[in-house]
Design a protein around this ligand. Structure first.
Ligand code: 6A9
Length: 821
């Protein structure tokens, strides 16, 4: 068998001569694909946190800080990404989930730039090996030598062993620190933390009292092992503080607060050796430094070395750059070189945000009477009672909106995240989709926010932790499935599956088991992927139809569309968090007779996609059923939600006379059917385009505003979705303008013009703010365009990478005329 040999993967016992069996080939590729995803910086809430995609396994990370004075040392230790660290920019400048990348961190307050280069190498039966090169460079050389301490930590949360291989020595360790271990799923492995430069303090700076106090050699690595309850390991920074405090207290007792030895000598770990599940390696550096962390799987043919790491880093940079410019070819005016790093950084940070999460979550399964008036008061009272119960544990492989603020999965964000990711690595995107669908409960519900385990919960205020099984969130993963099917169709069908698989294998070997080959292997089994996921899609689809059904009153309408009206559950006065567009104005007070046009649009979009999948999977009865829903929904979008006077779509509610009335707030909600491609009536399209293009309504030089300048709630209150520009919605608008601009019709010219300008406005602004601040932002303020909300938000804001890869102008599709047909 060609592939495993070339990749250095073991073939396993069953792989005899299978080169002609497509199933075995596909499995083999799938296995290689999984192997190359085993290890990663999958704790993205940390500046650097490596873990395998295994629950309760071996986690590793870095912590650093400045040791020049005591007060700074207390505040300066870096571990979890925090906005309060006041970094002058940080993140992956280059990253591929299968091979590694380079992260830079501009730590202004610690006077140091940290660079971490990560490279994974395939080989063996347990996810291969990896190395991380850690470099520190003082930001300002005129400042004098910067004293930095760096800790490498390894914590074992479950079964297995890790132990030190070095000779024990009470002064610390000279040369490399070597650990070895065996952990289920990883089998035998070695970890080497290389020596790096000796601290080399001038003798005058070394406080001789330290030697009297306890023999102490600062040119060494300090190693300390300890045993802690597994569920506390994620608080590793506190563990380190605790260990340092032990020494500090002794020094304090001996010398007094006024007379302490300097912190770069005092704040070092007292070495100890033996058994334990937490292993710490501390280094103290003066000035620039560099060392490697080398993880070798013993089943791999050769160990990870510094030399190999150097080679791989070089190789990866080259292949990343080539592949990146091919995958995301930028079109004018964004083909200019100045956008190259911008695109790479945004995308790398999106991909670098992929994490592996495991743990329990809080769910409140009590009954909520949302069909009665005043339901939200009862719901509020219930929420205050805090009836959430721990469920799980469950597991999720996902990317995240933002490392410092939202380092966890968000359902509707994820559909947007995967749109750039699927361009890069289809297999990873579909693996993430699968992971999300695996979270579905027996009814078809997936919790909107995935806060799995204590570590994830520690980042969320109590009142936001509990999830409710009647709360929905837009089904954006269907956007990804749409894209997947589109790509699958474009890869042509596979008449000769074996031939196709062999070709993929050749590609894989060409790229050394990385890159394009693996990332498209899924197309060889696209049909079985869809077949497997289809029952879940169907379950979720019917869950939406049942739990989010609206009550349609007072409309005169044909029977077939009777049921097609929907209402987001989980409303509160001023909010509809479940819709994803939190404070966008809706009916007030919340009412069980509300009908939400954005939700009806999502349902129409879902019905259409379900129909397409059913056709692809040759399920004609199902396809017919979805087709009927789709038709009825399209009918009701107009019938229930079009408002003539406002010239747009509006939510509906029931007034005090039990009459249905529209609730019109011009903004994203009122163009939602357009955003999801559900408007075919040319008059309505014209009206929507008027609103979009009107500077006094949605149009701004930075993208479309979430709410019209004319609306009474414009910029009011929290002003979250009441004016600011959001890139995800702008992305949908850009796609639709391109579609409508490509086909004949009275508004073709206008759509094409808006397409060209909106595309440029959105990208120009995100670029400008990135240049000025070093960050991508959650949203953009609508009058000046400045970054707003969460800083370092690489979720859907990174869609600008896809936007730059769209053509500058609409290419008109040649639609044959009637005569030609
Ligand atoms: C609050 C605060 C340390 C709000 O990007 C994630 C979501 C979107 O899905 C949604 O559309 N964001 C948008 O309106 C952020 C939601 C954060 C809720 C948790 C906890 C913790 O601060």
């Amino acid at each position: 068998l060609l592939l495993p040999v070339l990749l250095g993967w073991s073939t396993g016992a069953s792989a005899t001569d299978s080169s002609s069996d497509p199933t075995i080939l596909a499995n083999e590729i799938q296995r290689a694909s999984n192997q190359s995803l085993l290890w990663g910086p999958y704790n993205p809430s940390l500046y650097f946190g490596m873990r395998p995609r295994l629950p309760k396994s071996l986690n590793m990370g870095l912590i650093w800080g400045n040791l020049e004075d005591y007060s700074r040392a207390q505040k300066s230790f870096r571990h979890t990404c925090e906005q309060s660290d006041d970094m002058k920019g940080y993140g992956w400048v280059e990253y591929d989930v299968r091979t590694g990348g380079r992260q830079v961190i501009h730590d202004q307050d610690n006077f140091i730039d940290i660079e971490i280069e990560l490279a994974k190498v395939s080989g063996g039966r347990h996810g291969g090996s990896w190395g991380a090169r850690v470099k520190g460079k003082p930001r300002d050389i005129t400042r004098g030598p910067v004293k930095t301490t760096v800790f490498f930590w390894a914590g074992l949360e479950g079964d297995g062993t890790v132990s030190l291989e070095n000779e024990a020595d009470k002064l610390g360790i000279k040369g490399s620190v070597n650990l070895k271990g065996n952990v289920p799923g990883l089998d035998d492995f070695h970890i080497e933390v290389t020596e790096g430069p000796a601290t080399n303090m001038p003798p005058s700076e070394l406080d001789s009292r330290m030697d009297e106090f306890e023999e102490h050699d600062i040119s060494r690595s300090f190693y300390r092992v300890g045993s802690y309850p597994a569920e506390h390991i994620w608080r590793i920074k506190n563990i380190i503080f605790l260990e340092l405090k032990g020494r500090f207290d002794k020094l304090l007792q001996k010398f007094g607060a006024e007379n302490l030895p300097p912190p770069w000598q005092a704040l070092t770990l007292p070495p100890n050796y033996g058994e334990g599940n937490v292993h710490l390696v501390q280094k103290v550096f003066e000035g620039a430094f560099e060392f490697d962390i080398l993880f070798s799987s013993d089943s791999a043919p050769k160990p990870m070395t510094s030399k190999l790491l150097t080679e791989k880093i070089q190789e990866n940079t080259e292949s990343f750059n080539t592949r990146f410019s091919k995958t995301f070819k930028r079109y004018a005016p964004f083909d200019a070189p100045k956008y190259a790093n911008f695109a790479k950084e945004l995308f790398s940070n999106l991909l670098g945000g992929i994490g592996y999460f495991h743990g329990t979550s809080l769910v409140d399964r009590s009954e909520y009477p949302e069909d009665e008036e005043g339901f939200w008061e009862a719901a509020k009272a219930n929420r205050e009672k805090d009836l959430g119960q721990l469920e799980g544990p469950t597991t999720l492989f996902t990317s995240i909106p933002s490392r410092p603020f939202f380092p966890r999965g968000f359902l509707w964000d994820e559909g947007f995240h995967l749109l750039p990711i699927i361009e890069w690595d289809t297999d990873v995107a579909m693996e993430i989709v699968r992971s999300w669908f695996n979270l579905m409960d027996a009814d078809g519900w997936i919790a909107r926010e995935q806060i799995l385990g204590d570590e994830a919960r520690s980042k969320v205020p109590k009142e936001f932790q509990t999830q409710y099984p009647h709360y929905a969130n837009p089904p954006t993963l269907l956007l990804v499935l749409t894209k997947f099917i589109e790509k699958w169709a474009a890869t042509t069908n596979y008449p000769d599956l074996t031939g196709e698989l062999s070709q993929i294998m050749e590609q894989m070997s060409e790229f050394g088991g990385r890159g394009e080959g693996i990332s498209n292997a899924i197309f060889a089994s696209a049909e079985s992927y869809l077949k497997n996921i289809y029952p879940l899609l169907r379950r979720q689809y019917y869950w939406f139809r049942e739990t989010q059904a609206g009550e349609i009153r007072g409309y005169d309408r044909t029977a077939f569309s009777m049921k097609e009206g929907y209402r987001w559950r989980g409303r509160a006065p001023g909010y509809c968090l479940t819709s994803g567009i939190d404070d966008y104005p809706r009916a007030e007070p919340p009412h069980p007779g509300e009908l939400h046009v954005d939700l009806l649009s999502w349902m129409g979009f879902s019905a259409r996609l379900m129909k397409n999948i059913a056709i692809a999977l040759k399920e004609p009865d199902d396809a017919t059923e979805y087709g009927k829903h789709e038709e009825a929904i399209l009918h009701n979008i107009d019938d229930l939600h079009w408002n003539k006077e406002s010239g747009c779509f509006c939510d509906a509610t029931v007034d005090s006379f039990e009459e249905s009335v529209h609730v019109c707030h011009v903004g994203y909600v009122s163009i939602f059917p357009f955003l999801l491609g559900l408007v075919s009536d040319q008059d309505k399209l014209g009206k929507i385009l008027d609103i979009i293009g009107d500077e006094n309504q949605l149009w701004s030089p930075f993208g479309l505003r979430s709410l019209s300048r004319q609306d009474e709630f414009y910029s009011k209150g929290e002003n979250y979705w009441r004016g600011p520009v959001w890139v995800n919605m702008n992305y949908l608008a850009i796609l639709r303008l391109r579609e409508y601009g490509a086909v004949k019709g009275p508004h073709q010219q206008k759509a094409a013009k808006l397409y060209k300008e909106l595309r440029q406005n959105v990208v120009n602004n995100v670029f400008r703010v990135w240049k000025e601040t070093g960050f991508a932002w959650e949203q953009y303020e609508q009058e000046k365009g400045n970054g707003k909300g969460v800083q370092h938000f690489l979720g859907w804001t990174s869609l600008v990478v896809n936007i730059m890869a769209l053509p500058e102008t609409v290419e008109v599709v040649a639609v044959p005329s009637h005569e030609e047909l």
